[in-house]
Design a protein around this ligand. Structure first.
Ligand SMILES: [Zn+2]
Length: 294
């Protein structure tokens, strides 16, 4: 199976998060207790459908959607609304990097839909990196990084380009900083961390369809480069919001790849980004006594 082949096979991977979905601005919008959560799941699904539509219009033969929003065990898309032409990877406990099980070497291009700025960004709608409650900042080789940085490097390790991001202007700038060729569909202008000037979702979805269509067309034409310079070993630093509790200290002491540098600073090392993502994400729940699986 070749990707981007003249024979026309092209498999598209769409990572869908919620913070960058059109119309959503505050934490209550993306939390299962929020008054609009059910409605907002629908908006998330419709932004995903827009990307799926654009991909198929451009000639995609297969579209895999993977859920990236960490509430309700990563089951947030509304399965009654999702485009029946795609496949959906959802639920917790996936093998490998938690939210990249569908990102394989035969993918032609990666689309990041509803993604958000990295931890420490202001403005930046619901900006965070993996764990809002747990992490103040995540650095890779000394530079602050966000979730798209993990995807871009993991994709590059597999020889796959990142082709598109949708969300606010902040995530668009951050993705462009490493993948300047990526299509950016800015569906809202962040004004703060929980406020934005929003393009109405019905219009934003038209923009996402067009962006995804352009992206997949460019991928088929071989116009999207693969990020260079990716490849392990990686060295991360995670700045915790609160001093590491005793249970976390005990868990980390028994595991490879973690070193507590001070009360709130953990160094994480990994040979590749699959393990790198898993190890950093683990720190979000490493405070549970005896939980070392990740
Ligand atoms: Zn999320």
């Amino acid at each position: 199976m070749r990707k981007n082949s003249g024979g026309g096979f092209i498999r598209i991977f769409i990572s869908v998060d919620m913070e960058g979905i059109s119309g959503l601005v505050r934490w209550a919008d993306v939390s299962s207790t929020g008054i609009d959560f059910e409605r907002n799941r629908g908006l998330m699904t419709l932004d995903a459908n827009a990307a799926i539509e654009g991909a198929f219009r451009a000639g995609a033969t297969e579209v895999v959607v993977e859920e990236n929003h960490g509430v309700e065990d990563l089951c947030v898309l509304d399965m009654t609304l999702i485009d029946p032409r795609c496949r959906v990877i959802r639920g917790a406990g996936r093998p490998g990097a938690t939210t990249m099980a569908g990102l394989t070497a035969d993918v032609g291009v990666v689309l990041l839909i509803g993604h958000h700025g990295r931890a420490g960004s202001f403005p930046g709608v619901m900006a965070h990196t993996i764990s809002y409650g747990g992490f103040r900042l995540v650095r890779l080789a000394g530079e602050p990084i966000g979730e798209p940085d993990f995807f871009a490097r993991r994709a590059a390790e597999l020889g796959v380009p990142i082709g598109m991001v949708s969300g606010d202007q902040v995530v668009a700038e951050q993705v462009h900083a490493i993948c300047p060729w990526a299509e950016a569909v800015i569906v809202k202008e962040a004004l703060g961390n929980q406020s934005a000037n929003c393009i109405p979702p019905a219009l934003a979805r038209e923009m996402i369809i067009e962006g995804a269509e352009r992206t997949v067309s460019r991928a088929l034409a071989g116009e999207l480069p693969i990020l260079t310079g990716a490849g392990g070993p990686y060295e991360f630093e995670v700045v915790l919001r609160k001093p590491a509790p005793e249970a976390m200290r005990e868990n980390l002491a028994s595991l490879e790849g973690f070193e507590l540098l001070d009360d709130t600073l953990v160094q994480v090392t990994a040979p590749d980004m699959d393990l790198g993502f898993r190890r950093v994400a683990y720190l979000g729940y490493a405070d549970r006594p005896g939980v070392t699986r990740h």
